[in-house]
Ligand binder design. Structure first.
Ligand SMILES: Cc1cc2nc3c(=O)[nH]c(=O)nc-3n(C[C@H](O)[C@H](O)[C@H](O)COP(=O)(O)OP(=O)(O)OC[C@H]3O[C@@H](n4cnc5c(N)ncnc54)[C@H](O)[C@@H]3O)c2cc1C
Length: 526
């Protein structure tokens, strides 16, 4: 059997950058690889489109009412349900089933993975974030730097530098929506009060271009993020996969559902189902990198070991969503050029827990009104009018708490092939939330604890920690190079190998770590 140098499973952030690191070797990427549907895409600014096009129903709602998903189902991220975005989560329940009483998340079987819909927030882990990892910032830094210059990261060096790391290679930050340029100015005036409370605001770091970069164009402020995939300015790993394919650096096979692997004679056999023909296939590689997303990576590893009793740990960030409003902006006109991307970050440096708690601030002009319409107490018409006037004045702070390892949060494979996924429920930290609301009030924004929404576990979509990296790994743990304990050539290159999950978006670190491991394997293969 012909054996390639390396097989990579998955084309999300982990898979794309493991493959990128392995450039120069014979690399085969196996992926389910669902892609965006063809059809009449929106082009232009959502504000103008709403005024000038008679009927946006097919693009915004969908012939099968896709965008109304949350009205009659368990809610999923508003970014995953519109007609052109729902491909990101298409087929996962059928092809990779999960049974759970507590899991409210999703799995992606798309080319580019969940990051087709991500907010593109890219944050370097600090040594504090990497506590418990057998690697340090020094190990990741060259790869963070390489990624920054490759994909383009916009942002600013500001009060958040100690938490995000100073970076001279940043592109200029995105222009702020009026609500948030006001908010930042008020923060600057009251900064001393914030600093006293060890609380800081600043610009997010986003894999979103504010100027043309490596053949991609700059962000156009069309506010289409909820409806339009593959916006060139917003990086997704599908771009890297396409580029590697066009260079001939990888062979990319979609429509393959990998089920298990087996090591024999210094090679790894990978067993997959061809989803088009239904036939079983076997592929051979000298190395295997698994980046099927933490849950499916755990499934493949457990299936390969025929292990149906073991509970692997599972992490996600518990969330609290804190809405707030500026009374002075109620009824203000909507900005024609706007964005649904992150506007600002909020950091609370919590001395009690020794953690920094990170949140992201978003505006309210991007989603459909039907996403909140039925949660308001007035009549349908009155709610519509209310929303129209309140949207320019309202913001949302999405707070991520660190992932907590407990026996109640685990993933286990059943012999039926279903994955059992359970999470302990958590209530957040009311003291931190009170502090945030106090400081918001101090600069003129209203909120109330009763308005805080706590999405179910899994909705942060930051799955990690099932096969953690350890200095001396035991069974179902990984070495510092992602190598699965007990194997010679199988490496875990997605969030599954995280040793812990701080209060910070994890994907930039998945990418940097996968690139680190891919490069190392390319050297070993030489
Ligand atoms: C709405 C939204 C917003 C987000 N915002 C951010 C953000 O701002 N910042 C951030 O850091 N993170 C964000 N995330 C999370 C981020 O997208 C994920 O952390 C990241 O995509 C995980 O990368 P991954 O490579 O581990 O796996 P995934 O992205 O899950 O990709 C998995 C890949 O594996 C393939 N695959 C799965 N199973 C199999 C199988 N059995 N056989 C073959 N192929 C398989 C899939 O087709 C896919 O290509 C967001 C996610 C969403 C949905």
């Amino acid at each position: 059997m012909d054996c390639v140098d390396a097989i990579v499973i998955g084309s999300g952030p982990g898979g794309a950058f493991a493959a990128y690191g392995l450039r120069g070797k014979r690399v085969l990427v196996l992926d389910v690889g669902r892609d965006a549907p063809a059809g009449d895409r929106l082009s232009g600014n959502v504000y103008d489109l709403r005024r000038t096009r008679d009927d946006l129903f097919p693009q915004l709602i969908g012939e099968e009412f896709e965008s109304l998903h949350n009205l009659y189902n368990r809610p999923i991220s508003l970014k995953l349900k519109s007609p052109f975005m729902s491909f990101v989560v298409r087929d996962w329940r059928r092809l990779t089933p999960v049974v759970s009483k507590t899991f409210e998340g999703v799995i992606s079987l798309a080319k580019g993975g969940l990051a087709n819909a991500w907010g593109a927030g890219v944050y370097r882990f600090t040594d504090r974030d990497l506590r418990g990892f057998p690697i340090s910032v020094e190990d990741l830094q060259p790869f963070y730097d390489e990624l920054t210059s490759r994909i383009g990261v916009s942002g600013a060096n500001d009060d958040l530098d100690p938490y995000f790391a100073h970076d001279d290679a940043l592109l200029p930050p995105l222009a702020l929506s009026p609500l948030f340029s006001d908010l930042l100015a008020r923060y600057a005036q009251a900064r001393a009060d914030f600093v006293r409370e060890r609380t800081f605001l600043g610009r997010p770091r986003l894999a979103v271009l504010t100027q043309p970069w490596n053949g991609r164009s700059a962000y156009q402020y069309e506010n289409l993020e909820f409806f339009q995939p593959h916006i060139p300015a917003i990086y997704t790993p599908a771009y890297t996969i396409d580029q590697l394919r066009s260079e001939g650096a990888i062979t990319y096979l979609s429509g393959r559902l990998v089920e298990r692997f087996h090591e024999r004679d210094g090679q790894v056999r990978v067993y997959a189902r061809n989803l088009d023909t239904g036939e079983a296939e076997v592929w051979c590689g000298r190395k295997l990198c698994i980046a099927a997303g933490t849950l499916n990576t755990a499934r493949i590893v457990l299936q390969s070991a025929a292990e149906y009793d073991k509970r692997l740990p599972l992490l996600d960030n518990p969330m609290a969503c804190i809405p707030f409003i500026s009374l002075g902006r109620i009824g203000a006109g909507l900005a024609a050029n706007d964005s649904s991307l992150a506007q600002l970050n909020w950091i609370v440096d919590d001395l009690d827990s020794g953690e920094t708690i990170q949140g992201t601030l978003y505006g309210a002009t991007g989603p459909l009104r039907s996403d909140v319409l039925f949660t308001l107490p007035l009549s349908f018409r009155a709610n519509l009018t209310l929303l129209k006037h309140v949207a320019p004045a309202a913001g949302l702070l999405m707070l991520f708490y660190p992932g907590i390892e407990t026996p109640q949060s685990y993933v286990r494979l059943r012999s039926s092939g279903e994955l059992e996924v359970e999470f302990a429920q958590t209530g957040g930290n009311p003291a931190i939330e009170r502090k945030i609301m106090r400081l918001l009030r101090r600069i003129g924004y209203l909120s109330h604890p009763a308005l805080i929404d706590r999405p179910g576990m899994g909705q942060a979509l930051h799955y990690a920690g099932a096969l953690p990296m350890r200095a001396a790994p035991g069974p179902f743990q990984t070495h510092a190079d992602g190598r699965l304990s007990g194997t010679a050539h199988v490496h875990i290159v997605d969030g599954a190998c995280f040793s812990r999950l701080p209060s910070k978006n994890l994907t930039f670190t998945i990418m940097a770590n996968a690139l680190r491991i891919g490069r190392r394997l390319a050297r070993e293969l030489s």
